[in-house]
Design a protein around this ligand. Structure first.
Ligand code: ADP
Length: 443
């Protein structure tokens, strides 16, 4: 059973079909007529359009699982994918949860706890509070110790939400209660912590995989520096900006953290890399990532199939030394958003859809001409992925594919992606996480 929707639900269903596994798709009222559901063997409507009542509704999902007598649940990303309680309920209902166990989800789902695990294993973390911030004075003490600017983050945070940067005591004090309220509203957990805000930084993350027999490997890194509002927009592998030595160190650090918690299944260990090439652990995402295709392209490994095999108790059939990352892969996320209007979501009908193709081009999407984009969910409608021998060729291929891509009826991020990909600074690889915001303020 695929406990998700949209492009990732279709991605998982496709992998299952190729493996000869029957699938149950679940859907909300809003998605009932979506065509990707036809690719599943069965579909169960699990609730109303609002995700709280459907894709996030554990009792409803478990009854769908029981009615259809399924063996395993793939949670995709977002929704319940990192909710320890959901994994626990699956485990106690004899349903295989395709991901790390509930214990690991609980340990790593709390970012302050994950930081502590990193520190205990001598992995560098961003300087910051040792634990959750309890009061204003403690926040001020931490900020004075590490120095401004600082960033306030939610312990249960995700999706780039609920982060606030403070440059002095006044903004810190003002932001604290706002950040706590935002965290409570978004994650039902008001606890926050503080890190030094690293101004000129890149985001580099490592794909890890573990099995139930203690084998843990990494599949190299992804560079996700190109972000809007702390959310990724363009990702690539390998990172164009790190040396072989740094890559090796970061990948080893990721495996070390995974080992410390007996990690199983797919996961991503995220780091920031500063101007001086110092790297700092920020968090572990205990699920398949949106940007997993770039790793699939350079390694030739189907990550979703691996997830399923490992969840079923198979041993990792991959040896670290045999993993060879080849060529360069870039992914552009296509959102139904207006980039020139604060990335405002663009629900509505796609009147014309004509995706690109050709050598080295992959499109992961569930949409088509006539598809209605619902206002209820994340506005990601497609991922455009290219794979070529060199970065130069990958950029040229992406430019060509973005120009070919036709989506009419709504505004999307295609044109912005094209401008960013064509920018000489992107070609040089010399960018930081503020690149998109700086670009938009000047253009
Ligand atoms: P989330 O779980 O919400 O995605 P992360 O901790 O993974 O949050 O951070 C998301 C992004 O926010 C990072 O890729 C980076 O751009 C920015 N960020 C997070 N922490 C810091 C920091 N200490 N300094 C600078 N930027 C940060």
């Amino acid at each position: 059973m695929v406990a998700n929707r949209g492009e990732i639900a279709l991605r998982i269903i496709r992998a299952c079909r190729e493996m000869g596994i029957e699938t149950v798709a679940v859907c909300s009222k809003a998605d009932e007529n979506a065509r990707y559901l036809e690719q599943a063997d069965f579909t169960v409507c699990v609730g109303p359009s609002e995700a709280e009542g459907s894709y996030m509704n554990i009792p409803s999902l478990i009854s769908a699982a029981e009615i259809t007598d399924i063996e395993a649940v793939h949670p995709g990303y977002g929704f319940l994918s990192e909710v320890g309680h959901f994994a626990e309920v699956c485990e106690s209902s004899n349903i295989v949860f395709i991901g790390p166990g509930s214990e690991v989800l609980k340990k790593l789902g709390n970012k302050t706890e994950a930081r502590k695990i990193a520190i205990a294993n001598k992995i560098p973390v961003v300087p910051g509070s040792e634990s959750v911030i309890k009061n204003q004075q403690q926040a001020l003490d931490v900020a004075h110790k590490i120095g401004y600017p600082v960033i306030i983050k939610a312990s249960s945070g995700g999706g780039g939400r609920g982060m606030r940067i403070a440059h002095n005591d006044i903004t810190l004090v003002n932001s604290l209660s706002i950040a706590q309220r935002e965290a409570e509203a978004a994650f039902k957990d008001s606890s926050i912590y503080i890190e030094k805000y690293i101004e000129d930084t890149r985001h580099v993350e490592v794909q890890i995989f573990g099995d139930a027999y203690g084998n843990i490997i990494h599949l190299g890194e992804r560079d996700c520096t190109l972000q809007r509002r702390h959310q990724k927009l363009i990702e690539e592998s390998p990172s164009p900006m790190i040396s072989e030595r740094l890559r090796d160190e970061i990948c080893k650090a990721a495996v070390k953290i995974a080992r410390a918690v007996n990690y199983t299944n797919a996961g991503t260990v995220e780091f920031l890399v500063d101007k001086g090439n110092n790297f700092y652990f920020i968090e572990v995402n205990t699920r398949i990532q949106v940007e997993h295709p770039v790793t699939e392209m350079v390694t030739g490994i189907d990550l979703v199939k691996q997830q399923i095999r490992i969840a079923y108790g198979e041993r990792l059939n991959l040896k670290q030394k045999k993993i060879v990352n080849q060529g360069v892969s870039i992914e552009c996320r296509v959102y139904a958003e207006d980039p020139r209007n604060g990335f405002r979501p663009q629900p509505g009908k796609i009147t014309m859809y004509n995706p690109p193709g050709g050598r080295g081009v992959r499109v992961d999407s569930h949409v088509y001409s006539g598809y209605e984009i619902s206002p209820y969910y994340d506005s990601l409608i497609s991922k455009l992925i290219v794979h070529q021998k060199t970065r130069e060729e990958a950029i040229a291929c992406m430019r060509r594919a973005l120009r070919e891509y036709v989506i009419e009826g709504i505004k999307t991020t295609i044109s912005l992606n094209l401008e960013l990909i064509a920018h000489p600074q992107f070609a040089s690889g010399n960018i930081n996480t503020n690149f998109v915001e700086n670009f938009l303020s000047k253009n």
